[in-house]
Design a protein around this ligand. Structure first.
Ligand SMILES: [Zn+2]
Ligand SMILES: [Zn+2]
Length: 139
């Protein structure tokens, strides 16, 4: 896998109605096994990369569902209103950051996760491998 970190990255939903550009390397990238990510993605976990708001730009109109985390803080989950692809989130607990769902990158390999979080709800068949794994979100 080539290291694409730091290069401009582009992404989109499945139908292409919503596109985005990321112009900075992610601050962090992780696999999130929380129950809400499983529901939203319809998958075992979501892969997310946090980038500063200033490095994120959007083309097209995303729809947003306002979710709440365990702490009660809001998590704005944005998706394509045409095809439903989950695209990115903004969490009240991490102001100034946008969390990209890395499966929507045109080069989805670009931002590899460095840890697993919310493993207390991880699906039992999934082995986290060599990466650090946390029961919840590490402080
Ligand atoms: Zn779409
Ligand atoms: Zn999650």
């Amino acid at each position: 896998m080539s290291d694409e970190t730091g290069k401009e990255q582009h992404g989109s939903c499945l139908c292409g109605a919503v596109r985005y550009t990321v112009t900075a390397a992610p601050v962090t990238a992780m696999a999130c096994h929380c129950s809400h990510c499983q529901k939203q993605t319809g998958s075992a976990f979501s892969t997310i990369a946090g980038v500063p708001e200033a490095a994120f730009s959007l083309e097209g109109e995303a729809a947003t569902y306002v979710d709440h985390g365990d702490s009660g803080n809001t998590v704005e989950r944005s998706f394509c209103p045409q095809c439903g692809s989950p695209l990115f989130t903004r969490a009240e607990a991490a102001p100034g950051m946008v969390w990209i769902k890395t499966g929507t990158l045109d080069n989805p390999d670009a931002f590899a996760p460095s840890m697993h979080i919310w493993c207390k709800s991880k699906q039992h068949w999934l082995e986290p491998g060599a990466l650090p794994a946390f029961d919840v979100m590490p402080g």
